[in-house]
Design a protein around this ligand. Structure first.
Ligand SMILES: Nc1ncnc2c1ncn2[C@@H]1O[C@H](COP(=O)(O)OP(=O)(O)OP(=O)(O)O)[C@@H](O)[C@H]1O
Ligand SMILES: [Mg+2]
Length: 245
């Protein structure tokens, strides 16, 4: 705004503008306020993955299939479905941690609530905020928020985990438009329409094999008995007298 002469005779001039915003001023009557509104500071690199499952076991074949995701040869979306408690979230989070460094622009995670579904608008706001948008709720329209998310993700290497999805309607507005991103969705439903539309890797989880399940059980039993022992020692004889197996 080097041409201040055009507006200097008016009492209130308030121009706040960010990179990429231009204002061309002719005759101005009264105060002028220009704001780019919703976009805050520089966009951030979110690291939203929850903690990995400490004693994760098995699922080697499924992890290999997921490894194709976001590579030049592979699709951008995976849908992991299966019965309640079968291990969908654990698998998605384990894989996401294993490839996080391939997605240098960040990892987004949202729990979509399962049977108590989170509104797409709420999740969109959370993602936009994580990417540096300060007031995403000013876009009241879901489609507008979704379009802005796609703009921000375009060309960036971002991994998105959409956990416990309830329906395709909930997922669709969240999907990036850019194949530089990868998305893992977990759901008790097959989410067929999303899977077909995105040409997704589809993984239907079966129960863990007997070997993996018993290894998981053994590891957990040891962990539980160690915790118990530590608690007992801490409360009576003191930690110094304890010997762990
Ligand atoms: N491969 C695995 N190795 C070790 N523990 C696992 C494995 N898979 C799942 N678990 C454990 O089993 C429990 C249930 O797993 P998880 O929450 O992933 O199931 P889910 O299919 O996502 O269930 P829901 O449908 O309720 O969301 C968790 O405590 C998780 O840590
Ligand atoms: Mg789950």
């Amino acid at each position: 705004m080097g041409e201040a002469g055009a507006v200097e005779s008016f009492p209130v001039i308030n121009l706040s503008y960010g990179a990429g915003t231009a204002a061309q001023v002719g005759t101005v009557h009264g105060g002028l306020h220009v704001s780019t509104g919703k976009v805050g500071g520089p966009s951030t690199q979110p690291r939203q993955l929850p903690a990995d499952v400490a004693q994760f076991t098995g699922r080697a074949a499924e992890l290999r299939r997921l490894d194709l995701l976001g590579t030049s040869a592979g699709p951008s979306v995976a849908v992991i479905s299966g019965l309640p408690g079968i291990g969908k979230s654990a698998l998605a989070v384990r894989w996401a941690h294993s490839v996080a460094d391939r997605f240098s622009d960040g990892q987004l995670f949202a729990d979509l609530g399962g049977d108590e579904p989170a509104a797409a608008a709420t999740t969109l706001s959370a993602f936009l905020r994580a990417l540096g948008v300060s007031r995403p709720d000013e876009w009241t329209d879901v489609a507008e928020r979704a379009a802005h998310l796609r703009t921000l993700l375009s060309g960036r290497r971002v991994l998105m985990v959409l956990d416990n999805a309830h329906s395709a309607e909930q997922v669709r507005p969240l999907l990036p438009g850019s194949d530089t991103c990868a998305v893992v969705v977990t759901s008790r439903s097959q989410l067929t329409s999303v899977a077909v539309q995105a040409a997704a890797v589809r993984i239907t989880l079966e129960p863990l094999s007997m070997t993996s399940a018993s290894s998981c059980f053994r590891v957990r039993s040891v962990a539980v008995s160690r915790r118990r022992r530590r608690r007992r020692c801490g409360s009576s004889t003191g930690a110094e007298g304890c010997r762990w197996p």
